[in-house]
Design a binder for this molecule. Structure first.
Ligand code: T1G
Length: 697
């Protein structure tokens, strides 16, 4: 018996280089007559995170050994192989386990084929083995979702043979010593599903194609995955593997996969902030270690405050919510309990867990209960004076080492810090509504914010399972600042005679879940106008349509009327419905303002909104508000629904070609005015002789 341990820190990635070593070890075990069975196990707390995604950006080196060679060696061996899984087995890691004859795992393990999230498909036999093991329909669902599935469910599906409460390696070794018979999945016939005859295959495949997005709008990999599973049902194993390889090759070079792999790595760059490394590695010197957050406080029991409280409670951190408004507190209590009960209905929490989490959030009107909080987040009304008063009050109550954070979406963190005696412990933590759902968190660095405070903020982001992005302290930070320009162009198009419904339709066709007008209706027109006033831009538009709509109490979805109208009988009152009243108001005010009506193409609509994002993003990089282009892309993919298969605004600029973007922005500047002045960075990248890349600027 031979144990082969996958050991390639940090995630046992099955890179070309590592596969060469693994292949040697496997071949040696196969050649050794004293070895009658082989056990695979993983070091570093997991089985394997799959193939090394970095390898896909390079052409296959001549003579390279890949995960396919490793799996083929296992497949061809006459000796039984057992996968002993503890931790995650993902992608190629699970495909290696599928090539084994037996698969056992610990209860905490999670297994998955997440390739679809990278715009790929399992390219090492997974699309051929899984349908043979659990049926095409279940296999498709498993691979189209791409989640890391808990072991208990994977056992139910029939992928695992056993869950081992004790030492999974010992169990595997004892099983190996019995020299169990070979059980190649490749020898099985793929079925559709227990209750579905094979004749239904064409129908099932056709249905599957209808259920995924179009190939040119985020569904390219899904359609190819369905093709691969169809091959598993229709072709002999070897032919199916060959077809899978061809489909994989098509995907790995596709724009969508390149964009999704950019997002994958950009996410993992976020917390790498120059000057923070030492602090983030639990520096031995206490003063530079990150702070433990054993208790959190929230000021303000409104929508944001209760969402933030739920977010901490979901991560196991007790929270005190302070608000003197009884009505707000009552509403917040209902929101909190409603959220946890909903998770019980969804099977994500037991009643007991929901109760405990609900109990971990306490409400009070006594600010003194914040005294021992390690972190307090204020979520009060978006007014500079109100915020400063809150910080001054907190500074006198919260223990000296406590961090004080603002959930402000636009305001000056330095002004709040100046109201305290601990500016080094003041920062922005900008959650996005609903805070307990939206994955994005902007960490706003004040002038005095210390490295320890920032490193703690990133640790908090990881604890809350957020995509935490560092932003400089400038109006609107990263996301909202760029959205101001995006919405500015949408508004200008409406003043020029393009209906809000058409603008939104064009942006939804590009891949956004909703367009700019529906997004404004969702966040509230009164909020939008208030922020314009804070920015000093209210009334600077060419018309006062926004002011008039707010005056008419057309505040958006919450008022059942904004730029669109809403009807409870349609989409539960959340479906935007074009409203001729608003279209006429735009036309009437545009006429008064002498704005000429223009016929525009869908392309111009798309370019004006997207290039406004790109130009502002380039400015934010120049000004040091955003640290990296990839950070900006993560903000938009996770905070504003930018289609991930286009990689985010900065990646998309490269897709279009920076020189072309720059030229169009110069044309817009000539046509529409100085608001379109291109950023110097954009001009520089556009002019660079090599293929200028904004995503890597
Ligand atoms: N390839 C290369 N690097 C990877 C990697 C991978 N598959 N997975 C993680 N890393 C790096 C990551 O960039 C980071 O680097 C470090 O490891 C820690 O990652 C042929 C084609 C495994 C659950 O999609 O889900 O197999 O920042 O912060 O939170 O069919 O990483 O330290 O320099 O995420 O503990 C399919 C992706 C590949 C799994 C660990 N597999 N990874 O989470 O750590 S394609 C995936 C994850 C494939 C085959 C196909 C997670 C994790 P750095 P981390 P974590």
């Amino acid at each position: 018996m031979r144990v082969i341990t996958l050991d390639n820190p940090p995630v046992n990635a099955l890179s070309f280089a590592y596969c060469a070593k693994l292949y040697e070890a496997i071949e040696a075990a196969h050649a050794d007559d004293s070895v009658e069975a082989i056990v695979f196990t993983g070091a570093n707390g997991l089985f394997s995170g799959g193939a090394d995604v970095n390898d896909f950006n390079n052409e296959l080196p001549a003579g390279a050994v890949t995960i396919r060679d490793v799996i083929r060696a296992v497949e061809l061996s006459i000796k039984p192989h057992i996968a002993a899984i503890d931790g995650v087995a993902l992608g190629g890691g699970l495909e290696l386990a599928l090539a084994c004859d037996y698969r056992i795992a610990t209860p905490r393990s999670k297994l998955g084929l997440p390739e679809i999230k990278l715009g790929l498909l399992p390219g090492a036999g997974g699309t051929q083995r899984l349908p043979r093991l659990i049926g095409a329909r279940a296999a498709l669902e498993f691979m189209l979702k791409g989640s890391a599935v808990p072991a208990a469910r994977v056992l139910e599906l029939g992928i695992l043979d056993e869950i081992v409460d004790g030492n999974v390696l010992e169990r595997a070794i004892s099983l190996a010593k019995e020299i169990p018979p070979k059980r190649r999945i490749s020898a099985l016939e793929a079925t559709i599903a227990p209750d579905v005859p094979m004749q239904a295959a064409p129908f099932v495949v056709a249905q599957a194609h209808k259920m995924v997005p179009p190939e040119d709008n985020g569904g390219f990999a899904a359609h190819k995955l369905i093709d691969a599973v169809q091959a598993a049902v229709e072709l002999p194993f070897a032919f199916g593997v060959a077809r899978e390889a061809r489909l994989f090759d098509e995907l790995v070079h596709s724009k969508a996969s390149l964009a999704l792999r950019h997002v994958f790595f950009a996410e993992r760059e976020l917390s790498k902030v120059p000057g923070l490394e030492a602090t983030q590695q639990c520096h031995p010197e206490r003063s530079r270690r990150t702070l433990a957050i054993a208790k959190a406080g929230v000021v303000g029991a409104g929508t944001m405050g209760s969402g933030i409280a739920i977010t901490f409670a979901q991560s196991g951190v007790p929270v005190v919510v302070v608000d003197t408004n009884e009505e707000a507190v009552d509403k917040a209590r209902q929101t909190v309990m409603g959220m946890f009960m909903y998770q019980v209905q969804k099977g994500r929490l037991t009643q007991e867990e929901a109760w405990q989490r609900g109990q971990s959030i306490t409400f009070t009107d006594d600010w003194r209960e914040l005294a021992d909080a390690d972190l307090v987040v204020e979520a009060v009304f978006e007014d500079p004076e109100v915020k400063r008063e809150v910080f001054a009050k907190l500074d006198g109550i919260v223990k000296p080492e406590g961090l004080l954070a603002s959930n402000t979406s636009t305001l000056d963190i330095d002004a709040m810090a100046a109201a305290t005696g601990r500016p080094q412990k003041v920062l922005g933590l900008h959650f996005f509504v609903p805070a307990n759902i939206m994955p994005l968190l902007e960490i706003v660095r004040g002038r005095a914010t210390s490295a320890q405070t920032l490193a703690t903020a990133f640790a908090i982001g990881k604890m809350l399972k957020k995509k935490a992005v560092l932003s400089g302290n400038a109006f609107g930070f990263i996301g909202n600042r760029m959205v101001f320009d995006y919405v500015r162009e949408a508004f200008a198009l409406a003043e020029e005679g393009t209906t809000p419904a058409r603008v939104d339709a064009v942006m939804k066709a590009f891949g956004f879940p909703m367009g700019p007008f529906a997004m404004s209706d969702l966040s509230g027109l009164d909020i939008g106008l208030h922020v314009q006033k804070l920015q000093g831009k209210a009334g600077q538009g060419r018309t006062n349509v926004l002011e008039q709509l707010v005056e008419q109490k057309r505040l958006g979805q919450k008022a059942m009327a904004g730029f669109f109208k809403y009807d409870k009988a349609v989409g539960k009152g959340r479906e935007p419905i074009a409203d001729s009243v608003v279209e006429q108001l735009f036309a009437q005010e545009a006429c008064k303002a002498g704005i000429a009506s223009r016929v525009v193409t869908d392309r111009e609509i798309r370019e004006r909104l997207l290039y406004a994002l790109i130009n502002r993003g380039a400015y934010l990089l120049e000004e040091g508000v955003a640290l990296r282009p990839g950070d900006i892309d993560i903000v938009f993919v996770y905070g504003y629904g930018f289609p991930p298969h286009h990689g985010g605004p900065m990646w998309y600029a490269d897709e279009v070609g920076v020189a072309r973007v720059y030229e169009r922005i110069r044309e817009f500047e000539a046509t529409f005015g100085p608001q379109w002045k291109p950023s110097a960075l954009l001009a520089r990248v556009a002019a660079s002789h090599d293929v200028g890349s904004l995503a890597h600027a």
